[in-house]
Design a protein around this ligand. Sequence first.
Ligand SMILES: [Zn+2]
Length: 280
Amino acid sequence: MLHHAGAGPRTPARAWRARALVTTGVCTAALAAACGPPTQAAAPPVRGGLSVSYEAPLRGADERAFLRERRLAERVAEDVNGAVRLPRRIEIVGRTCKKDAVPEYDPETGRIALCYGFVGEVRSMFRSDGAADPDERTAGVISETLYHEAAHALIDKLALPFTGREEDVADQFAAYRLLDQGERGRDALLAAADNYDQYAREADPSDGDPSDEHAPDAVRSANYRCYLYGSAPRGKAAKERRTLVDGKRLSKERAELCEEEYANLRRGWARLLQPYAAAR
Ligand SMILES: [Zn+2]
């Protein structure tokens, strides 16, 4: 796996994961007309939305069983399909990926690869960190990862406009969906933030790439903590707010901006998806 001592140059895996592939043939805003649904009368009807399948694992069956039992991908697919009318089909595929590969959306195939090896790596990280419930925390990271990848798919297939880094926008979509799901969603986003911190601790600072399209892992963690803080109700959950602002991973100064940041990302994603809202 990636972070074993002596296994060569260390790579900040979370910063590499979720990299959308080269956009050859991708629907962009400029190409939206060319990428629209088929217009010929004889064209078969297009059934869109997210679906889930699992390939047989090539090594270690444990992660597939873990994913199936918890219905992590199925829950994300149901949530996104319930909110967004997606004319194209996107398939989440549980599979054994190449060594050290991480989950990613491929715009050419319309598939999100959910790598069994990544699931195992995150599980082992939480276990070795002494987490009280490493499997529950791993489940949170996988849910967050799938929402992030689903965001890439939505941006691609719906040619959604945005400014800034797509990777940041995709992280914000994960927060947008998870923070609407009560304690379970909040726990998932916090697990993802903690996992980014784990990767940040293990990474060699000299390997940092300022031109990487992803923000550094520690920054992605801080952003999620900010959204958690900004979405936490005052009063009853005041303790959670205090815990999040530890002065290291989330500063008091940044925290003052977080309610507005969270409100902005909610408004932004709600407006982006409004034309595609699924009928209820
Ligand atoms: Zn990404």
